[in-house]
Write a protein that binds this ligand. Structure first.
Ligand SMILES: NC(=O)c1ccc[n+]([C@@H]2O[C@H](COP(=O)([O-])OP(=O)(O)OC[C@H]3O[C@@H](n4cnc5c(N)ncnc54)[C@H](OP(=O)(O)O)[C@@H]3O)[C@@H](O)[C@H]2O)c1
Length: 253
């Protein structure tokens, strides 16, 4: 199952997994886009809005009725615009539902049969934003992605405790070409080309990392280096760099 399969990284995951021979459950809201993808790679379309409980429940039920979901990619995600107190509350709520509640509940539905079979994988598509609070305009995004990392790491430890063969991964991409930035209304014209990856490169890094059972996969050497270096830097310095870049790209007044 791939959530957010209607575009970007999710569509690239679906194509790559179809090529590996998986039968896919393609989840998103835009049915036309999912049907187009289905024409290309087969699979089943599950139209659902993961920003509300009913939508999450419908997908949970599909996982339970399938009974043998071998891989779950919690990829659906969104950005929002504006400082936290100025931003639309509905957008903040939707982000927490899609990134946190849906990830938690779908993982909870998918894991028991995986653990019983001693195989399977859950990939949670997080972000490099999880490693540093990226400041104004990105508060809930960084916070929910940090939750995804913590959640994934916790489950990895529980699986290790029982010597399980089930693998989990927190995939932490940097800037990736997709519909994400346009949907947020973010001007990305100033971001250097060298910082961009294609969705296919991100998925390739993820699946190679999964084969090596890597818990954290950070595609691209620049982001790997940043994630490693920022752990060693004083928090104030990390915050200053993050604030500077966000101010430039999000153009907050
Ligand atoms: N692009 C980047 O630079 C970047 C960097 C780091 C991490 N990420 C993460 O990568 C993931 C995929 O994003 P992307 O870059 O591929 O962006 P994208 O092209 O905008 O894709 C986002 C996907 O999430 C789905 N989605 C959004 N809200 C949903 C909802 N309420 N219910 C169900 N599905 C929903 C969208 O489908 P529908 O609109 O059809 O529902 C779409 O398929 C996200 O979690 C994002 O945070 C992206």
């Amino acid at each position: 199952m791939v959530t957010g399969a209607s575009s970007g990284i999710g569509a690239a995951f679906a194509r790559a997994l179809a090529e590996c021979g998986y039968d896919l459950l393609l989840v998103a809201r835009r049915e036309d886009r999912l049907r187009q993808l289905q024409q290309e790679i087969g699979g089943e379309v599950v139209v659902s809005d993961l920003a509300n409980d009913a939508g999450i429940q419908a997908v949970e039920r599909r996982i339970e009725s399938a009974g043998n979901v071998d891989m779950l990619v919690n990829n659906a995600g969104l950005g929002t615009k504006g400082r936290f107190w100025e931003a639309d509350e509905l957008g903040q709520d939707a982000m927490h539902h899609v990134h946190v509640i849906a990830t938690m509940r779908l993982t909870h539905a998918a894991l028991p049969p995986m653990v019983a079979r001693n195989r399977g994988a859950v990939i949670n598509v997080s972000s490099v934003a999880a490693f540093a609070q990226t400041g104004a305009g990105s508060v809930s995004y960084s916070a929910t992605k940090a939750w995804m990392n913590s959640f994934t790491e916790g489950i990895a430890l529980e699986l290790k405790d029982v010597n399980s063969g089930v693998r989990v991964q927190a995939l932490c991409p940097g800037f990736t070409v997709s519909e994400f930035h346009k949907a947020v209304g973010m001007d990305v014209s100033g971001i250097p080309k060298s910082l961009w990856s294609s969705a296919e490169e991100v998925v390739d890094a993820s699946l190679r990392g999964l084969a090596r059972n890597e818990l954290y996969v950070i595609p691209g050497w620049r982001y790997k280096a940043w994630a490693a270096i920022q752990k060693t830097l004083p928090r104030e310095l990390v915050q200053t760099v993050a604030r500077g870049s966000i101010k430039k790209f999000r153009k907050l007044k």
